[in-house]
Design a protein around this ligand. Structure first.
Ligand code: SF4
Length: 316
């Protein structure tokens, strides 16, 4: 390992004590302000295997099993009973369209009046369900958004991450969604360390070539996610950081969202603090939404790099 690589490894003294940073300061925490968004992980199985998938989805990984329609309905009932005021239900995987009950749970969600956001690679599993998807689109106009994963604006880099023959299949699905009038946006990544403006210009040229009415400069049309390497060094977040960074606990995902998952072999689904830490048991908050409003200690590198810092740095 080179000296540069060594310097970038996470300091093993960090992210140990949930209450205190390695430097002895009170660790930052987040309280659930409102359950604006319920995320449903439909299961980790996916039709493809990306090189650096944060949740390690693949055609073989069923560590998060297919959650059922009945289980999802149970959480939607709980939201209604307790009047949590939830606005959005998001579906992520794996590839949601591989879950046999997916269109059923999506129908139930829309039927109850929620906005729904579906994350997909827009490849064959979605393509095979397009008749059902189209029915939902016409029945629940304005409630459904589909977010398509596109790792770069070039086929070469997209396929270097997602595997051969993933580009054209994705474009076919994306163009179909767009042509049918679905509300679509793109989940991009910065695998190449290009400046944000360069990336957005590249995506913009592609959108023009494809005839997509998406604005690559609009973060709602093109979300570019930072890379998530849990082994790279990052500062810890102490309570003092909120003021130093001029941000607030309420701005973090875990202040307004929870994710439900079904672990393989588990009797019941579990509620997690957010979508980013599906396997870390320290971020598991029980089986019910009602009891999941516990304070979340920001004791993971993702809390720092992905959520709070967003590329900035904090003196602690
Ligand atoms: S990664 Fe940490 S800070 Fe970000 S949403 Fe999850 S628990 Fe909250």
């Amino acid at each position: 390992m080179s000296a540069v690589q060594e310097a970038r490894q996470l300091d093993p003294k960090k992210f140990r004590d949930p209450m205190v940073t390695a430097g002895g300061q009170p660790r930052a925490h987040v309280e659930l302000r409102t359950l604006d968004t319920l995320w449903v992980n439909t299961g980790t199985l996916c039709n493809i295997e990306c090189v650096s998938c944060y949740i390690k989805s693949s055609p073989r990984n069923d560590r998060l099993a297919y959650i059922s329609e009945v289980e999802v309905a149970g959480y939607l009932d709980e939201i209604a009973t307790h009047e949590f005021g939830t606005r959005l239900v998001g579906f992520t995987g794996g590839e949601p369209f591989m879950n046999p009950g997916f269109l059923g749970m999506l129908t139930d969600t829309l039927d109850r009046g929620y906005q729904a956001l579906v994350l997909t690679n827009a490849m064959k599993p979605m393509w095979n369900k397009r008749a059902g998807l189209l029915k939902l689109h016409s029945r629940f106009t304005g409630q459904l958004t589909v977010r398509v994963s596109m790792d770069h604006y070039t086929s070469t880099i997209h396929e270097s991450e997602r595997g051969p023959n993933t580009w054209k299949s994705m474009l076919r699905g994306l163009s179909w969604l767009h042509d049918q009038g679905f509300t679509v946006n793109i989940a991009g990544r910065n695998l190449t360390n290009e400046p944000d403006t360069t990336l957005r210009e590249g995506f913009g040229r592609l959108f023009d070539e494809l005839g997509l009415t998406l604005d690559s400069t609009n973060p709602l049309d093109l979300v570019i996610f930072p890379e998530m390497d849990a082994n790279a060094d990052v500062p810890e977040i102490s309570e003092a950081c909120w003021e130093i960074l001029s941000t607030s606990p309420d701005a973090q995902m875990c202040a307004s969202a929870r994710m439900v998952v079904k672990r393989k072999g588990a009797d019941a689904p579990a509620v997690l603090a957010c979508t980013l830490l599906p396997y870390d048991e320290r971020f598991e908050l029980g089986t019910s939404l009602t009891k999941s409003g516990k304070r979340v200690q920001l004791n993971h590198p993702h809390c720092a790099r992905f959520c709070v810092l967003g590329g900035a740095s904090c003196s602690t």
